[in-house]
Ligand binder design. Structure first.
Ligand code: GLA
Length: 645
């Protein structure tokens, strides 16, 4: 099966005379799939119950005639103005109590009955109209779920969710430690979402609200998915997750509900940092997909950074794309096909830039389309072997996003990124796992600052080490239970036994200190007592900083401070985790193919032999700066991804 190639196509933004020209250009670029209609609700339903499908019929007809598939969107991410005016109670209310106004996108409350009903109506009407359409390849529900609302509808739904979770008010009061600051609830009706309040909010309430928002949005997704499954059985239903710094939903949970995991990836760094982030995002997506294929639904031809939007350097579009394909993406998709001339994202890069097809970007898009034609999509089943797992848990991340922690510099994402980056630089392909997943097949498990850990997950990690595993735990892991309550008796309560240490005090650092090994440490330090573990490196005052503990047949390492990348890499090396990679030359073995990507500006020895699928020629002895090759693997077989379910 060929790879999908394309992006968001928004014909409603352009005069109809341009549509045929666009489709012809798509054919020139090798486009095979486009996402249509993500933000077209106001065109499809100009007033309540009155539909206008003529334009979409014609747009989809042109695409079908050209053999281009459609990932047809259900446009619920952006209700039309008439809807918001008719149902002001369905507009988002922020934490500060501000009711938002229509004028951007995502101005809805996912718990508002009017919004839920309108979503279902437009979904059914679309499903009925386009079932059996020759271009219909996939359904794209909503867009980047992630808008919390704090209104009274949300409050009622939150209370219902809490009743299901806790059963009794006593259980809730206990879980939320409401004895503190006189917060004890004596009636369910007293409970609200976390709203603007005088000083620090209740952390357990805040965490439960994040869980609730994820579940509530998932319920909205499932309602639409079920209508589409009923009307078009066999057509996959997906939604696009936001990656990087915005953990809006519990992706492990969501990924059980979508037919295909799909992500949007916009790196926040440039150059090598962007390459590292692309590999991170792709490994995460594959892991959410149970080690199986998934889809890069959106990326950009340029960098969309906070302070500026700037082009990707020549070759970067292809390199980033192939990183995703190597890691199991079934295609390469962009936001968006044609850069908009107006509207809020008029400066967002497109496959066809404002300059038009006579442009470097479009030439690169065409060349990429040619290359992708020669690379098969990943077959169903485990994509690759990844022996090292990094623990990933959005609940633990949410729990350290609140105020009131002993250091404002604790950052779960950057700890996870560091673990991944250090492995990536050594050529070790990693996967991600939930703390309660079966880890027995992993050569090693890295635990980046995982503040919150359930009893079940703690037992899982201990059993993993006992059975012979290697665990590397970073500071501020295993501290709290699932209600953000500190585990008493010495930190890290959930992991003391397996790590063979007892931490008496945290000592966040104001500046760097130098350890006896592994270089400088920043942000954090601890008063660590050894209870079976041995010190591998010490703080300047002599206390243990990095420890190692034989536990059962395995070994558990503890890094009680933040190390730099080279220090962390040296800890991993001491734990037996090294690769043979050349920094900046990425090699990924995807089933029977090997992808080699030279992210450096220098020639590098080619790490593969054989025929390059992209050029059809033998792989030369060296990779040119920025060059990518894809060749057949010489050593097919071997163990499957241990995380593949
Ligand atoms: C997201 C959205 C798109 C667009 C891009 C811009 O991924 O899904 O609609 O806004 O961001 O980066």
């Amino acid at each position: 099966m060929p790879l999908w190639y394309g992006g968001d196509h928004n014909p409603e933004q352009w005069p109809e005379q341009m549509w045929a020209e666009d489709v012809a250009l798509m054919r020139r670029a090798g486009v095979t799939l486009v996402t249509v209609g993500v933000f077209s609700w106001s065109r499809l339903e100009p007033s309540e119950g009155r539909y206008d499908f003529g334009w979409l019929d014609r747009a989809l007809g042109l695409l079908a005639d050209a053999g281009i598939g459609v990932d047809l969107a259900v446009p619920t991410a952006s209700p039309p103005p008439w809807f918001s005016l008719a149902h002001p109670d369905a507009l988002t209310v922020t934490r500060d109590g501000v009711r938002l106004t229509h004028g951007s996108r995502d101005t809805y409350c996912v718990s508002a009955p009017a919004y839920r009903e309108a979503s279902l109506r437009i979904t059914r009407v679309l499903g009925e109209r386009y079932r059996g359409h020759p271009a219909l390849t996939m359904w794209h529900v909503h867009n980047e779920y992630g808008t919390p609302c704090h209104c009274d509808h949300s409050a009622a739904a939150f209370r219902a969710w809490l009743r299901r979770r806790y059963g009794t008010l006593d259980a809730l009061n206990d879980a939320w430690t409401t004895a503190f600051w006189s917060q004890r609830y004596s009636d369910w009706e007293q409970i609200t979402p976390p709203r603007a309040t005088q000083y620090l909010p209740n952390p357990a309430q805040a965490l439960d609200f994040r869980r609730f928002v994820s579940d509530e949005m998932l319920a909205h997704f499932r309602e639409q998915r079920d209508v589409l499954r009923e009307l078009t059985p066999g057509v996959p239903v997906t939604t696009n997750y936001v990656m990087a710094g915005w953990a809006s939903v519990d992706h492990w949970k969501w990924s059980r509900e979508v037919d295909l995991v799909a992500i949007d990836h916009y790196p926040s760094g440039q150059g090598m940092a962007a390459a590292e982030q692309s590999a991170f995002a792709a490994d995460l997506a594959r892991s959410w997909a149970g080690g199986r294929p998934w889809l890069l639904m959106e990326q950009a031809t340029g960098y969309v950074l906070g302070p500026r939007v700037t082009p990707k350097e020549p070759g970067e579009i292809a390199r980033h794309s192939l990183q995703h394909v190597a890691r199991g993406s079934k295609g390469v998709m962009f936001f968006q096909w044609r850069a908009s001339r107006g509207g809020a994202e008029q400066w967002h890069p497109g496959m066809v830039p404002h300059a038009g097809p006579d442009s470097r970007v479009f030439r690169e898009i065409r060349a990429l389309g040619e290359a992708l034609k020669r690379i098969p999509a990943p077959p169903d089943g485990p994509v690759l072997d990844a022996e090292v797992a990094i623990l990933w848990d959005e609940e633990a991340w949410w729990a350290v996003q609140g105020p009131g922690l002993p250091s404002a510099e604790i950052d779960y994402l950057s700890a996870a990124e560091q673990a991944h980056r250090v492995l990536w630089r050594q050529g070790v392909t990693a996967c991600f796992a939930h703390p309660s997943h079966d880890l027995t097949a992993c050569r090693a498990v890295l635990v980046p600052s995982l503040y919150l850990i359930s009893d079940e997950a703690a037992r899982n990690l201990a059993a993993y080490v006992e059975g012979g595993g290697t665990l590397v735990v970073s500071f501020f892991s295993g501290i709290a239970d699932e209600h953000t309550r500190v585990r008493l008796g010495g930190y890290p309560g959930a992991l003391r036994e397996v790590l063979g240490v007892r931490v008496e005090e945290f000592r966040p650092l104001a500046g760097p200190v130098t350890l006896t090994d592994f270089g400088a440490a920043t942000v954090w330090s601890e008063v660590v007592h050894l209870h079976g573990a041995e010190a591998v490196a010490r703080y300047p005052g002599g206390g243990p900083a990095v420890t190692r503990h034989r536990f059962g047949d395995g070994t558990a390492w503890y890094v009680s401070t933040r190390l730099g990348d080279s220090g962390y890499a040296r800890v991993l090396a001491r734990a037996g985790l090294t690769g043979s990679g050349v920094p900046g030359v990425e090699v990924v073995r995807r089933r029977d193919l090997v992808f080699a990507i030279n992210h450096t500006g220098d020639e590098q020895p080619a790490p593969v032999r054989g025929i390059d699928l992209i050029t059809g020629d033998p792989v030369p002895g060296v990779l040119r700066p920025g060059e990518c090759v894809v060749a057949a693997r010489e050593d097919t077989g071997g163990p499957a991804d241990p995380r593949a379910r």
